[in-house]
Design a protein around this ligand. Structure first.
Ligand code: SF4
Length: 94
């Protein structure tokens, strides 16, 4: 049985899809674009999960992933819902 995600796993609770700083990257999921395809979870399971609305959120364990994994997950998203910028605000993806 799939484990359900409680709010304590998706910090900050008021803004679970970001924008959120993860290591040297700023990660943001556009909840309007996210269709819950879960590709990002497959690529970077420590970074992304789906909430009860089937929208991707950023996990507390996101910092354990490499920048490469996060960028790969953004690239893999079928709707390009995940945007990634660097510390200087430069767009890395899309
Ligand atoms: S891959 Fe994209 S559409 Fe699918 S859950 Fe992740 S952010 Fe949403």
């Amino acid at each position: 049985m799939a484990q359900s995600l409680d709010d304590s796993q998706t910090q900050p609770v008021h803004n679970p899809s970001g924008p959120r700083k993860v290591n040297k990257l700023m990660v943001h999921i556009d909840r309007d674009l996210c269709i819950g395809a879960a590709t990002c979870l497959a690529v970077a399971p420590k970074v992304f999960a789906l909430d009860k609305d089937a929208k991707a959120v950023i996990l507390e364990t996101a910092g354990e992933a490499t920048d490469e994994m996060i960028i790969d997950a953004a690239r893999a998203c079928p709707t390009a819902a995940i945007s990634v910028t660097d510390e200087a605000g430069r767009m890395i993806f899309p």
